[in-house]
Design a protein. Structure first.
Lengths: 653, 482
């Protein structure tokens, strides 16, 4: 029997049927149609000297192969406080990973590897978390309870993260709406992964234990752009205290997305807010597609409870698996699997360029620890197996028309988990969208990462006592916190600062400096905004950053110019040197620029001569060309001595 | 040989489920002003509530309060699973929205029995092999039945047929003569009934005291007797409890070494366990997993789930017979004094006056104390107090011939206890005085080793304490897992 199934056209058809719309074309009506819903969990590292529960320095990092010792741990699920095992915990246990930690003496101690109980909570971090809670209009708790949140992936050697709620129920003000916040917690950061191959996952412990806060919003974002706006707002708010870390990895967000009828899916560790719109857009539509798959499967299969896969082992050499990247002399076991009535489901559209079957491969890697490539299926765009081989598979499995087939391979020990994983994923499709966390890619697509953990993984930390937060401490914090970000945005508008500079200014917490320059030096905020967000940003893109350079230096520069009564325009040219040589004094920078202090009268005195000269060579009948020519000749001399506006006024052609 | 069929005692590990407890426990752990507030607003533990307070509205489930905490806060579990405390001073109202009591229970599954697997008995004393949260203290407390253990560590069923009996539930620091004697008798009974191996679950702090006591009280055992604990309680995913238990079960079920042993982590990594002789082992770090070390010798063996690999060859082998000698003797009036500079004689006089019959001195260096206490020692010896000398250095022998001080002390009647560890000497003296008050007989018992508490020689690799920072040590650490 010849069964040719056109996977490509099925993919295109199902994409259309699902009603997928590219983001550029999507409108609010599209998002309302699928019931787009999103919420954020924004993580922000705090700028403290030491880690949260020990006295190791925070913020010192090491290369992956720079370590003093390694140790091995395995993680087992334990019960939550309410007596439940957590779903993720059980999945991670099935994966049977050897977790290896690489320790460097400078950055990790015996607390980090769970051989010493915690030291008292870092007070510097606690007070920063209180400040940010107040700025987020959260209700600060009366007593901080340190809780253990289980992580069985090994990213924390104890198997749990110590975390504590500082405030609950707050809100942030976006342009057009308010978004409510669920909570803010203070927690320790996790290890950085070095590699994860087969049954061995390696971590380094430098980042482990660094204090961070997590701000969690309600799922009140109704379209992808709002998600970005919210994430930016929280980022700016955190930075407005001047007490948080910036730089790669210091701000990471988990983005929760669902569609109507879908499930909360968490996209983990999104490092750039700019990626959020595409990611959330694609995720909402992915869920919409999974619901279409659910409906189709339920239409086809009446008795979903008793639906089963069938499988059998085959010989690798019979299937030319070398075409799929399996070595010819492999010792891996090869299995074929029949998925009854799944034809057309495997190549069903899920995300741009992805189909339902991709989920199997991702889950085989994560849950059964079988490295990719680990499978082939009967609806691949490029069929490297060949129709004859598929016919043989079907006959071996006794497949019927309308069934779909997989071939997968892996070490003997992992086959059982692999088969369970495949059947489990199929069965999850009967009820729609599985609860999971997903890893993001720059193109906006995601892949399966883990089963989404629930509240069942929380457990009180029996190693530490609760910490009371007295009213006096809160009152003290109220006095020291900065202005709200929404007020700062209003301030920028009032100063008439161009909107394209807002992100840079808020991201780098520059409003206080601008205000200082405005009040103390009478330098217009509009000028400083451009100096920062245009000139400096451009320079930063071209030259490496030096630790000696700070934004405060820019203020000092402005102060110098004002005190010397020089025109501010020269600041832009000086900044280029200042950024590259932050230790250079301003006088020397001026010398480097060949700056000569000349009185305005002297400069204006040269104008008549130049006008005369221009009239001799007049290039255009237009007087403005003459003005430009004269100004061009005087530009270098004028910068720093006279503003261009004043100069142009003095040129009367 | 018939399988041991006596069923493990049943314990109820639910927080509370009897109606009589309910009325007493509706304000579990709350006291003083916090209790007043709960009573005033008629709010009980496990109720889901809405709390109006000066800091805002808080919603969640009221949790029990740990005992040694203040009376100024009420603990809520909010819907995200986190716990928070609400300051009672600001509370203006509490409204009950629902009620759901948590039942904390490890899933219990019947431990499978397999004909071809050895039978092992786990005797529980307390400790953290399996544990659950205790709201009273906010700490973890032990809990297990075979079913619970199987639920938590299903791999055990691949190793042996396990039955358990909880002899008592005390923390390690509360173990003492009564427990040692009960354990010895229980072990004797199990051996008689045909068990293939015995595991004793125990808190780690005094594990080496118990292992010494059992070495003396249970002699000539035909089967392994393995004491095991955990340094990280089993309520955490990275706990060493499960692996230690599997190692202990392997040693008890399949190992050939029929002695009283301590089974704990070798390195801090989840790699292999050590089997230590019960008389030569000591807890050497307050929190490390690899805290137990054999002192003055190598460990007996390493153990993994694959089996026991002996390091030493001169051990007591497993036998088929059921002969064992149980000697549950103990004199409680025995003490240890840790010598410190400028120690005054009144310390010893006071002990003698209090009726102590035996004193282990833990002396400096080779076994020394200062001259001012000599008269007190003489008075004690004259009163018939047995005094033995051990060393603070832990490693090495007492050598009282080297200096005059030592010779003086021996002349006064202090007996050097060779290279017996202080805790082992203390237990042994208690055991010896429990049998006889004839000091010559006591001396004979003390100085005749039962199982390596005194060794005739110290091997070159019995004292290895490497120091970090040295290049070759750092190289070694980098190459092998800690």
């Amino acid at each position: 029997m010849k069964q040719i199934f056109d996977a490509r056209s099925n993919h295109a058809e199902t994409r259309q049927k699902t009603g997928y719309v590219a983001r550029e074309k999507a409108t609010q009506a599209d998002y309302d149609r699928i019931g787009f819903m999103s919420g954020l969990e924004v993580h922000q590292q705090l700028k403290t000297k030491e880690k949260l529960f020990c006295h190791c320095p925070a913020g010192i990092f090491q290369k992956a192969d720079d370590y003093d010792a390694e140790l091995i741990r395995h993680m087992r699920p334990t019960l939550s406080e309410l007596g439940e095992y957590d779903g993720t915990a059980l999945m991670e246990f099935r994966t049977r990973k050897n977790i290896i930690y690489r320790i460097k003496n400078e950055t990790a101690c015996t607390y980090d590897v769970d051989d010493t109980p915690p030291f008292p909570l870092n007070q510097e971090a606690l007070s920063q978390a209180i400040d940010i809670s107040l700025l987020s209009k959260l209700k600060v708790v009366g007593e901080v309870h340190i809780t253990r949140k289980q992580y069985l992936d090994g990213s924390i050697p104890t198997g749990f993260q110590r975390t504590a709620i500082i405030g609950i129920e707050g809100e942030i003000q976006l342009k057009n709406k308010k978004v409510r916040l669920i909570q803010l917690s203070l927690e320790e950061d996790s290890c950085r992964e070095v590699s994860d191959i087969g049954h061995v996952r390696i971590y380094r412990t430098d980042r482990l234990g660094m204090p961070l806060i997590e701000t969690v919003t309600y799922p009140e974002f109704k379209n992808p752009d709002e998600v970005k706006e919210g994430a930016d707002y929280i980022r700016f708010l955190n930075r407005s205290t001047g007490k948080v870390r910036s730089g790669i990895g210091s701000t990471r967000a988990d983005v929760n997305v669902s569609c109507k009828g879908g499930t909360r899916v968490e996209i983990k560790g999104v490092a750039h807010t700019g990626w959020m719109p595409e990611l959330t857009h694609i995720e909402a539509f992915r869920q919409w597609a999974l619901l279409a798959i659910r409906d189709e499967l339920n239409r086809r299969i009446k008795d979903t409870a008793n639906w089963k896969i069938s499988s059998r082992e085959v010989k690798a050499k019979d299937f030319k698996l070398e075409n799929l990247g399996v070595p010819k002399d492999t010792t891996l076991k090869v299995f074929v699997v029949n998925l009854p009535q799944f034809q057309g489901i495997l190549s069903h559209f899920t995300q741009p360029g992805k189909m339902f079957a991709d989920d199997f491969s991702d889950r085989l890697k994560v849950i059964a620890c079988i490295e990719k490539p680990n499978m082939a299926h009967s609806e691949m765009f490029e069929d490297a197996v060949g129709e004859r081989a598929w016919a043989k598979v079907r006959s071996l499995l006794g497949s019927r028309e309308g069934d779909a087939q997989l071939i997968f391979w892996g070490p003997d020990d992992d086959i059982k988990t692999a088969l369970e994983t495949i059947e489990e994923r199929c069965k999850l499709a009967f009820s729609g969208v599985p609860n999971e966390t997903r890893k993001s890619f720059e193109d906006g697509t995601t892949i399966f990462e883990r089963v989404l953990p629930g509240a069942d993984r929380m457990y009180p930390d029996t190693d530490s006592a609760p910490i009371p937060l007295e009213d006096a401490a809160i009152d003290e914090a109220v006095k020291r916190i900065p202005k709200l970000v929404s007020e700062r945005i209003r301030q920028l508008m009032e100063w008439n600062v161009p909107e394209d500079t807002h992100t840079y200014i808020l991201k780098n917490n520059l409003v206080p400096l601008m205000e200082k320059a405005h009040v103390e030096l009478n330098v217009p905020a509009r000028f400083t905004s451009s100096l920062f967000a245009h000139t400096l940003k451009h320079i930063q893109g071209q030259y490496p950053a030096l630790p000696e350079f700070t934004f405060e230096k820019v203020y000092e520069l402005l102060k110098y110019l004002v005190e010397r009564n020089l025109d501010l325009a020269i600041a832009k040219r000086m900044l280029l040197h200042l950024y590259q040589h932050p230790k250079m004094d301003f006088e020397s920078i001026l010398i480097t620029l060949n700056f000569k202090e000349v009185s305005k009268a002297e400069i204006l005195g040269k104008v008549p001569f130049l006008i005369k000269k221009y009239k001799e060579i007049r290039t255009s009948p237009d007087d403005s060309a003459g003005l430009r020519w004269v100004m061009g000749n005087l530009n270098k001399l004028a910068t720093g001595n006279i503003s261009l506006r004043e100069l142009s006024k003095g040129i009367n052609l | 040989m018939s399988r041991v069929t006596r069923h493990a005692s049943r314990f109820n590990h639910q927080l509370t489920n009897s109606p009589t407890n309910m009325s007493e426990d509706i304000f579990q752990g709350y006291k003083g002003r916090a209790l007043d507030v709960l009573q005033k607003f008629n709010a009980r533990v496990w109720a889901r509530v809405r709390v109006d307070s000066s800091r805002g509205v808080f919603e969640g489930t009221i949790l029990p309060r740990a005992e040694n905490t203040d009376d100024k806060h009420i603990v809520l579990k909010i819907f995200t699973g986190y716990n928070i405390g609400v300051d009672i001073d600001g509370i203006t109202g509490i409204e009950e929205l629902g009620y759901k009591k948590a039942v904390y229970k490890i899933p219990e599954k019947e431990f499978p029995y397999s004909k071809d697997k050895p039978n092992v008995k786990l005797l529980g004393t307390g400790g953290t092999i399996a544990s659950r949260l205790d709201y009273r203290t906010g700490a973890v407390i032990p809990a297990f039945s075979p079913g619970e253990l199987y639920g938590a560590v299903p791999e055990l069923a691949d190793i042996c047929n396990l039955t358990t009996e909880k002899l008592f539930a005390v923390f390690s620091e509360n173990m003492g003569p009564d427990q040692y004697k009960k354990l010895a008798v229980a072990i004797g009974n199990e051996i008689e009934k045909g068990i293939d191996g015995i595991i004793i679950g125990h808190g780690t702090d005094t594990l080496h005291y118990t292992s010494a006591a059992l070495t003396f009280m249970v002699q000539n055992s035909p089967v392994p007797i393995v004491l095991v604990g955990s340094q990280r309680s089993s309520d955490r995913p990275s706990s060493d409890a499960a692996l230690n238990l599997m190692h202990a079960a392997t040693a008890a079920a399949h190992g050939d070494i029929a002695e009283v042993m301590v089974c704990m982590f070798g390195p801090t990594s989840d790699e292999y366990g050590f089997l230590h002789k019960g008389t030569r082992v000591r807890k050497m770090h307050s929190s490390y997993r690899s805290t137990f070390r054999t002192i003055g010798d190598t460990p007996l063996a390493t153990v993994t789930r694959q089996g026991v690999v002996p390091i030493k060859q001169d051990y007591h082998r497993r036998r088929k017979d059921r002969n064992v000698t149980i000697m549950p003797y103990y004199e409680e009036k025995v003490t240890m004094i840790y010598y410190y500079t400028n120690m005054q004689p009144d310390v010893i006089d006071a002990l003698v006056a209090a009726g102590y019959k035996g004193i282990i001195i833990i002396g400096t260096g080779l076994g020394h104390v200062n001259k001012p206490i000599y008269p007190a020692i003489e008075r004690a010896i004259a009163k018939g107090v047995a005094i033995y000398m051990t060393v603070q250095t832990l490693w090495g022998y007492v050598h009282m011939f080297v200096y005059d001080t030592g010779r003086d002390l021996m002349a006064k009647g202090i007996i050097p206890a060779e290279n017996m560890l202080p805790e082992t000497a203390f237990i042994k003296l208690s055991w010896a005085l429990g049998q006889t008050s004839d000091l010559a007989k006591v001396k004979e018992i003390m100085l005749t080793p039962i199982n390596s508490e005194i060794t005739p020689r110290e091997p070159y690799n019995g004292y290895l304490i490497y120091q970090g920072g040295v290049p070759e040590v750092e190289d070694f650490i980098r190459k092998f897992h800690k």
